[in-house]
Every structure is written in C-alpha cells, then in structure tokens.
Write a protein that binds this ligand. Structure first.
Ligand SMILES: Cc1cc2nc3c(=O)[nH]c(=O)nc-3n(C[C@H](O)[C@H](O)[C@H](O)COP(=O)(O)O)c2cc1C
Length: 457
C-alpha cells in the first residue's frame, strides 16, 4: 500500500461524517465562491449547473454555493451575483441542485445581504481620471463605478455593465459603457459630468467579458443603509437601518432560505455572517455604532445574527441551518481590535440556543500561525459539534486539522481549478493551478470555469 493510500484509508479527512441530516463520504468541502456568472435578471447561467456538477463528482461531497442575494434591496454587493427571490432564479438554482444530487453529493445555499448598496467602497486608485483615459484609449470603453445611490437611468446609452476582473478589490456596482458613439466621444467631458453626479471611472482589463448579467435588473434607487453610519474608506455614509428595516431584512433571509430549501431543493442554508456583509456589520463594533438594542454591547451587536439564525432555523429546520463568521479578516474595513469576547458570546449563544445547528463555519486568520489571531478558543467552545474551517489549507494542514472531532475543511481556490479535488487529495495527486483572471464574471462558454481538467480524464 502506498503512503498516500495508507493515509487515505485511515485519515479522518477521508472518512464519513454526518452534517445536519446528510451523510458525507469525506470532509473536503467546497467553500462559497462568488463567480459572477448570471443572466441580466440575476439567475445563474446554464453553465453554472455543469460547474457545480463537476465539483460534486466525488459522491458524498459537500458544496456551499456562491453568495446568493436574498432580495432586490440587498444587491449592494455585486450586480452579477445570483439571486434567489424570483421564480426564474429559483428554477435555475433547482437545475444546479438536481445536478449535484444526481452525483450523490449535497449543496447548501449561501444567502447574503449587503443591503441597499451599503458599505460600498471604491479605492481611489480605481477612479483617477488618467485611469479612465487609459482605458478609453486602449479599448474605447469606459467603466464607471457607481458607489453612490441616485439614479443611473438618465445617463444616455449606458447599456452594459460588467464586473471588474478583480471585484474583491473594488466592491462596487460597476457600469460598463460600450455604446458611446465615436463621433461624440469625449470621454473626459463625459467622465467629468459623471463624476459630478457621483460616478467614478474605473479600471477594466480587456478580455474580461463577463456574463449576461451585463444589464442591471434591480432597482438602484434604494438608500445606502447599514448597521450604523460608519462609512468605509471612500464609501458613502450609510443610513443606519431602522428597526423596521432590520425586521424586513430578517424576513428576506427567511424568504430566501425558504425558496432555496423548499423550492429549489437545497440541502440547507449557510448564512453569510462573514467579510463585512450585513450580518457581520451588525456583529462588529468597527461597523456598528448604533445605540439601540442592535448596537453597543456585545449582546446587542450579536442580536441581529442570532435573530436571523433563529428565524431561518424555524423556517427550514435547525439541522439545515449553519452560519459562517470571519472574526479576523480585514476585508471591507472590518476587523475588531479584539474579536474574541464578541465571537465567544455569539458562538456560546448559538451552541446553547441552537443545539441542532448543522455546523459552524469559521474563516481562519490569513496568518494561520499567528497565535494572536487564533480561532482556537472558538474551536474549543464549539467542540465536538460539526465545524468547517477555511482559508489557506493545504492537503497536509487539512489532514492534520480534520483529526479534530467534527472538523471539516473548506477549500476555495483549489476547488476552482480542481473539479475532482476530494479525489485528488485522497490519492495525493498533483493539483492544478488556478487562473485568477477568470475568477469573476463569464458567459455560457464556460471559459476559465468548467474547463479545468479532471485528473481521471
Ligand atoms: C473567487 C473567490 C470568490 C469568493 N467568494 C466568496 C464569497 O462570496 N463569500 C465568502 O464568504 N467567501 C468567498 N470567498 C472566500 C472563500 O470561501 C475561501 O474562504 C477562501 O478562498 C480561502 O480559502 P482557500 O485558501 O482554500 O482559497 C471567495 C474566494 C474566492 C477565491
């Protein structure tokens, strides 16, 4: 027996585990991965079915979907992210779920709210005029980031918008103008006009064609709101949500979860409580400066998260509900000085109030070896209940970590480039490299999306 086969037959990583009501064959999980392949009405493209089906190819694999927007008013995050509020979106997701089930695997939806364009941020380097000029000269197209509210409809011939190549660095609604008549083309004039209205030119790289989500399908006239009124570095100051809006948002999470589980057939719901998205905004003091019962003390900041979990669990079942947190990450200007007390309280409450919660998902600090940014306290607190951890795992680290009770390991980038990742890890086969340029945005051709090779083919 080869050493790899020996490991594979004895290691926890490759042994079955029950999560909620599903029995998995191994503990290699696909992390939520936003890929921005949607129609103009925010339904996943047809090619998305093939993508998830490929990654479900090892029977008994557990997949978490990409961030899926809960309602039209929660679309601040990205115009090309899929939704799960309309019949069309639900039907498109159902095809994906059915394809995953046909492979003997499981998939949870990953609903997210980033309400009303809240907390958008456009780093200044992306909206300098020379950037716009350069883009114009090179490809005669202009990209406009739209971090602020106010209408876009009155801008003539703004017809197509596409994601940035690297959306994670931009976090803004992006408008991609392609139909400006050349005779009238005065990009600076146009740009200046747009800037004066709160529009900013951005950077695009030629060749990132994006998908059909190119046309805005939701109403952009919502206010920019957030947990508090602390803006991101260059973002608009959000209006703190009213208690009525908070309740409505909980209702949106419940509706999205219900649509996902009861209509599209998802095996459950992992709530997006990470990376500065809405739930995380409420949890952390760097984004929540409210003085009512949803802000201030740890108990108050944790309230929204706990209420969403509770409401969703009631709607779809506790054993079909989970949540993801990122106590240490700095994305979207997040990152409390000391997140331990807040997340200790939150996790203790979840443990006590939701004894059958499917699992807890924690994102590691980028610096896995930094003892000051350790999730160890949280692991101990939650143990021995099912726990998924993510960020920076290699095969070796995953093998080690999975020896803990109830631990599963989520892989992100490696699952993008290795559709048969569980099989490759088990057999210790070489892993394919990923191409960052096709992470975000794409069309039905599936280029950079479904064309990563299987080891076995
Ligand atoms: C292209 C891409 C998209 C991602 N989208 C999301 C997302 O929508 N929500 C989220 O919580 N994490 C997202 N992540 C983070 C992953 O879930 C995961 O935590 C991260 O990739 C670290 O794991 P890795 O080192 O195995 O890649 C994304 C990561 C990548 C590379």
């Amino acid at each position: 027996m080869s050493p790899a086969t020996q490991i594979a037959t004895t290691a926890n990583l490759f042994s079955p585990i029950k999560i909620g009501n599903v029995l998995l064959n191994h503990r290699v999980v696909m992390a939520p991965l936003t890929r921005l392949r949607t129609t103009k009405t925010s339904a996943v493209l047809k090619v998305v079915k093939e993508y998830y089906s490929q990654r479900a190819s090892t029977p008994g694999t557990f997949l978490i979907s990409e961030g899926t927007v809960i309602s039209p008013r929660a679309t601040g995050f990205q115009p090309c992210a899929p939704g799960i509020w309309s019949d069309e979106q639900i039907a498109a997701w159902k095809e994906v779920v059915d394809a995953v089930h046909a492979k003997g695997s499981y998939i949870l939806v990953y609903p997210c709210g980033d309400l009303h364009l809240a907390w958008l941020r456009v780093p200044t380097q992306y909206w300098r005029e020379e950037t716009c000029l350069r883009v114009w000269e090179v490809i005669r197209e202009v990209v406009i980031c739209r971090p602020f509210k106010k209408v876009w409809q009155d801008i003539p011939k703004v017809v197509i918008h596409r994601p940035f190549k690297n959306v994670s660095q931009v976090n803004a609604t992006v408008i991609y103008i392609t139909e400006i008549e050349e005779a009238n083309s005065e990009p600076f004039t146009l740009t200046s006009t747009l800037i004066s209205r709160g529009w900013y030119p951005g950077l695009i790289e030629k060749g990132n064609e994006g998908g059909d989500c190119a046309q805005l399908s939701y109403d952009l006239t919502y206010d920019v709101v957030g947990a508090g009124d602390i803006p991101m570095a260059e973002g608009e100051v959000p209006r703190p949500m009213t208690v009525g809006e908070i309740q409505a948002s909980i209702g949106d999470f419940v509706q999205a979860a219900t649509n996902a589980v009861h209509k599209a057939g998802f095996d459950g719901v992992e709530l997006h409580g990470a990376y500065g998205f809405l739930i995380d905004q409420f949890i952390q003091d760097v984004s929540n400066n409210r003085t009512d019962k949803y802000g201030g003390s740890i108990e108050n900041r944790a309230r929204f998260a706990l209420e969403v979990v509770d409401a969703v669990a009631k709607a779809v079942g506790e054993d079909k509900t989970a949540i993801r947190f990122s106590p240490w990450t700095r994305d979207r200007d997040m990152g409390m000085k000391n997140p331990i007390p807040t997340f200790t309280y939150l996790i203790s409450q979840l443990k006590e109030k939701q004894p059958n919660l499917a699992y807890l998902h924690l994102i590691q600090s980028r610096d896995l070896d930094d003892p000051k940014q350790s999730n160890e306290n949280f692991f101990d607190l939650w143990s021995p209940r099912p726990l998924i951890v993510a960020d920076g795992f290699t095969r070796e680290k995953a093998l080690n970590f999975a020896e803990r009770d109830g631990a599963l390991i989520a892989f992100g980038k490696r699952f993008i480039s290795n559709p048969d990742l569980p099989l490759r890890l088990k057999a210790d086969l070489p892993l394919s490299e990923y191409d960052r340029s096709s992470f975000y945005g794409g069309d039905e051709s599936g280029k950079g999306y479904i064309d990563y090779a299987f080891a076995s083919k």
